[in-house]
Design a protein around this ligand. Structure first.
Ligand code: GLU
Length: 290
């Protein structure tokens, strides 16, 4: 089997040095084993991912020398694939419509926290979904849905873990944020009932990433530390959907001068700005330690 890598940016802001590290690491690793490296445009957020951002992204990638092997995959062209996977999970009884608003979740969590029952947070720091029943009767849930109110399609984590039955793990050839490496045990329960789709969006990051990694025949996932814990959810979905598990390698993040992780939205130095300031692709490689 040909080793197949991918770089999977979400074009909802300009690319920065952190993206350059991920893209070029994938490229270098693929080339060093005579493998393939694919580009996947993660544009399920069709409002934020504008055509201008996508073309600027392609231009920046070309400039740094990230020449992916064809074909490129654009998630916005594959909603039917994700809907199909969602339907399979639904048929297994693992999906429910969750109607609590963000404000209501905050309210339940504040109540629990105030009662000294500190509510569990997921690895990204967001409170776990408390379940509709924390605030609403079954009849109220039904009424909201009948009135056409927004909802999220969530994975029933307890049932999903019961169905999976066996503990899951993955091969980590990099290191996690706490130095995890080798065979790592997945802990999907740390995420609670994750969102897999919304009323108006038939997928989520977690769902589309596992479907696409399988569709594209990805054997090696190389991405930043910030997605290390998400791998637990990905392994569970792969298991439930009968998809192969790639090898994972999570890499260091590039930080700004203040030690903060770079982010698109925070307006950190983008590749475009550096190029306009006279940097060369070789300067970029040197700055990110490649
Ligand atoms: N689209 C994700 C991001 O830009 C990365 C997805 C992945 O590598 O699994 O953060």
């Amino acid at each position: 089997m040909t080793a197949t890598f991918r770089f999977a940016p979400s074009p909802n802001g300009p690319l920065h040095l952190g993206h350059a590290l991920s893209a070029l690491l994938n490229l270098d690793m693929a080339r060093s084993v005579n493998g393939r490296v694919l580009l996947r445009i993660e544009d399920i957020d069709t409002v934020r991912c504008t055509p201008d951002l996508v073309s600027a992204m392609l231009d920046d990638l070309h400039w740094i020398g990230f020449d992916a092997d064809p074909p490129h995959r654009r998630q916005s062209e594959h909603f039917a694939d994700y809907a199909d996977a969602l339907q399979r999970l639904g048929a297994m009884g693992l999906i429910y419509k969750a109607v609590l608003t963000r404000a209501e979740i905050r309210h339940v969590v504040a109540q629990r926290d105030a009662a000294g029952l500190s509510w569990p947070r997921d690895p990204d720091g967001a409170p776990l979904y408390p379940g509709d029943a924390a605030l609403l009767s079954e009849a109220e849930v039904t009424t909201r849905l009948a009135q056409g109110e927004p909802y999220a399609l969530r994975l029933d984590m307890t049932r999903a873990l019961q169905m999976a039955g066996t503990p899951l793990d993955w091969l980590e050839t990099g290191t996690g944020p706490a130095g995890e490496s080798g065979q790592v045990t997945a802990d999907p329960s740390a995420w609670g009932d994750v969102i897999l789709a919304r009323k108006d969006t038939p997928t989520s990051y977690h769902l589309s990433v596992v479907v696409d990694d399988a569709r594209q025949g990805i054997t090696h996932v190389v991405r930043g530390h910030d997605l290390f814990h998400a791998t637990s959810v990905h392994r569970l979905l792969q298991h439930l959907l009968d998809l192969p598990a790639p090898v994972y390698q999570h890499h260091r993040l590039i930080t700004g001068p203040d030690g903060r992780k770079l982010s698109k939205s925070a307006g950190d130095t983008g590749l475009r700005d550096l190029r306009e300031a006279g940097w060369t692709p070789a300067d970029i490689r040197a700055r990110i330690g490649l």
